[in-house]
Design a protein around this ligand. Structure first.
Ligand code: PLP
Length: 373
């Protein structure tokens, strides 16, 4: 089956009891078992698994071409469960441009567990190669947040495996509609399903999709069950509903973002547009080879620096000033302002999540924003 069909049907078997096409939400925390705790219908206690999450896991595994998947209360819960399942002494490589949460986990929490983390520019394979000695896991994020850097997943997988390491890939920006890291050699894919999977800015969640249902999956699943980082059944149901329209939404996110990137690239107030779909983007060739389209995220650098960036965000009317991404509505964010006391993003940078509004309304709004700079 093709991805568009899988997105609509995977994990969507009609309810056996009623024939309902929309799956039931099972809120039960406990399930009847036999006198010696024999499982009657496969479930015992919600923290160890529930039918609604199982449907979502089946759908995510199908879309990523994975053997199996796990779902979590947030993207960060998924990321932590994987990284914290590494043994003390393990060394991890993360990208120098990545989601702030990963950076905070790497500097503030993983070292306490004896996991050493180094960051490297993953768009530069030579730099990764020279940082690979003794590495247990390489973490890729492509396209990256917020600079939209592109990493060659196939080359990175070869490098990781040659060093006996695993490759994990945060596929939140691309989604499996645009990029399937497991098919390119990655071992685990991570998602903040809060973003495009949920798709409506109303449900937090995370997922890991595994190439094999082996030891790593078993370790992380055990960690999830014991530490209780579960996704609530209602959130699983909303996220599963999001899967159904994911390919259709991604098509419009991509076409709107491409038009906006081309428009902004031509404006004198803009110093640079980071969008892998632009031929001038340094990762364009790699993105073309490993992605079906270039996604709905971009970032821009304003010639007028922080002042111009804030003037622009303040003047936008259709784009909301808000964090997060992947919803129907367009969002803009001055990343440095939300990154706390020591921001890593430059002051001239705005990150844009392109939504599903009419493209002309979005372009007119951006033109108005630029006039205010
Ligand atoms: N990965 C990326 C690329 C993200 O953008 C985010 C959140 O913005 C996360 C992971 C963390 O996900 P969550 O907010 O669902 O914990």
């Amino acid at each position: 089956m093709r991805l568009e069909t899988l997105a609509i049907h995977a994990g969507g078997e009609p309810d056996a009891e009623t024939g309902a096409l929309s799956p039931p939400i099972h809120l039960a925390t406990t399930f009847r078992h036999g006198p010696a705790a024999e499982r009657v219908a496969g479930y015992e206690y919600q923290r160890e698994g529930d039918p609604t999450n199982d449907r979502l896991r089946a759908a995510i595994a199908a879309l990523e071409g994975a053997a199996t998947a796990l779902t979590f209360a947030s993207g960060m819960a998924a990321m932590s469960a994987l990284l914290e399942s590494l043994p003390p002494g393990a060394r991890v490589l993360i990208p120098s441009d990545c989601y702030t949460g990963l950076r905070m986990l790497a500097s503030g929490f993983l070292p306490d567990r004896g996991v050493r983390v180094d960051s490297v520019d993953m768009s530069d394979l030579g730099a990764v190669r020279s940082a690979c000695d003794g590495v247990a896991l390489i973490w890729a994020e492509t396209p990256s947040n917020p600079l939209l850097q592109v990493t060659d997943i196939r080359a990175l997988a070869e490098l990781a495996h040659a060093h006996g390491a695993l490759l994990a890939c945060d596929n939140t920006f691309a989604t499996p509609v645009l990029q399937q890291p497991l098919a390119l050699g990655a071992d685990v894919v991570m998602h903040s399903t809060t973003k495009y999977f949920g798709g409506h800015s109303d449900v937090l969640g995370g997922a890991l999709a595994f190439r094999d249902a082996g030891d790593l999956h078993a370790r992380v699943a055990r960690r999830l069950h014991v530490t209780g980082a579960n996704l609530a059944p209602f959130s699983a149901w909303l996220t599963l509903r999001g899967c159904r329209s994911l390919p259709a939404r991604m098509a419009l996110h991509c076409s709107n973002a491409r038009r906006i990137a081309v428009f902004l690239d031509d404006q004198p107030e803009i110093a640079r547009v980071n969008y892998p779909g632009l031929p001038s983007h340094p990762g364009h060739a790699t993105a073309t080879a490993q992605m079906r389209d270039f996604g709905g995220m971009l970032s821009i650098h304003l010639r007028g620096g922080r002042e111009a960036a804030l003037a622009m965000t303040g003047a936008l009317k259709v784009f909301s000033n808000a964090t997060s991404l992947g919803g129907c509505e367009s969002l803009v964010e001055h990343r440095a302002s939300v990154e706390g006391a020591e921001p890593t993003s430059s002051q001239d940078l705005l990150r844009i999540s392109v939504g599903l509004e009419h493209i002309d309304d979005l372009l007119e709004d951006l033109a108005g924003g630029l006039r205010a700079t």
